[in-house]
Design a protein. Structure first.
Length: 239
């Protein structure tokens, strides 16, 4: 009887604490997401490679770490499979983008570290999971299946590209800078998307809110990368 009583006491304590823990994680998740959103904008608007860009980028990465950890906790507690996969999707992009620049200053001259393999394989698995999950959403939610399918395809192909550079690393430094911008930018796009879908509702067409911000942010990122890598060409176009 004593053992049973202790077990019930532990269970009672667990269920008393869990709602409070969930509230705390939700608060941290919101704060981390807001910081990532602000620092992401700052990083996009400041001079690439400058002190403010690097500083805001580090804060962005730290905030995305907070978003990822809390998203995993929340998704497990509440049974949200899609949130779990999107958490891995967005954080994979942040990690892959960060590793393209730092700490490996000359990635084309160094062998990939164990962490690089883990990050890339995680991206591939997360992409496959989202693609498979899209089948269920196409069956049950119609056009909403486009969301996990597009996310998963991008994540999977990016992970495959990462693995390719491990075996055949491009010597052109601009290739790695471009990869950094695309991956960090895509992670930022995921942050913008999360903010919009939480605060905007357009009914049956809500799936557009999941896809359109990523497309528009992708265009913005592409132009920013192009302007940074080829400033002379960008200047001629604007004149």
């Amino acid at each position: 009887m004593l053992d049973t009583g202790c077990w019930l006491l532990v269970l009672g304590y667990k269920y008393t604490v869990m709602p409070n823990a969930l509230k705390i994680m939700l608060i941290i998740h919101i704060i981390s997401g807001f910081i990532a959103l602000i620092t992401g904008f700052i990083s996009m608007l400041t001079t690439k490679g400058g002190k403010r860009h690097r500083f805001s980028g580090k804060i962005f990465f730290g905030a995305m770490t907070g978003v990822f950890i809390t998203a995993i906790f929340i998704s497990i507690v509440k049974g949200l499979a899609f949130l779990l996969m999107v958490g891995f999707f967005s954080y994979y992009l942040a990690c892959a983008g960060y590793r393209r620049i730092k700490p490996r200053k000359k990635p084309f001259k160094q062998r990939p570290a164990f962490m690089d393999w883990v990050i890339s394989l995680t991206g591939i698995l997360a992409g496959l999971a989202l693609i498979i999950f899209s089948i269920s959403w196409f069956s049950n939610r119609g056009a909403f299946g486009i969301v996990p399918l597009s996310f998963g395809t991008f994540c999977f192909l990016t992970g495959i590209q990462d693995l390719g550079t491990f075996f055949y690393p491009p010597a052109n430094k601009l290739y790695w800078i471009r990869g950094h911008g695309i991956r960090m930018g895509a992670s930022f796009a995921a942050t913008i998307t999360a903010f919009i879908v939480v605060n905007v509702n357009i009914g049956a067409y809500n799936w557009v809110l999941w896809v359109l911000p990523g497309v528009l942010t992708g265009i913005w990122i592409s132009r920013a990368i192009r302007n940074f890598l080829h400033p002379a060409a960008a200047k001629n176009e604007s004149t």
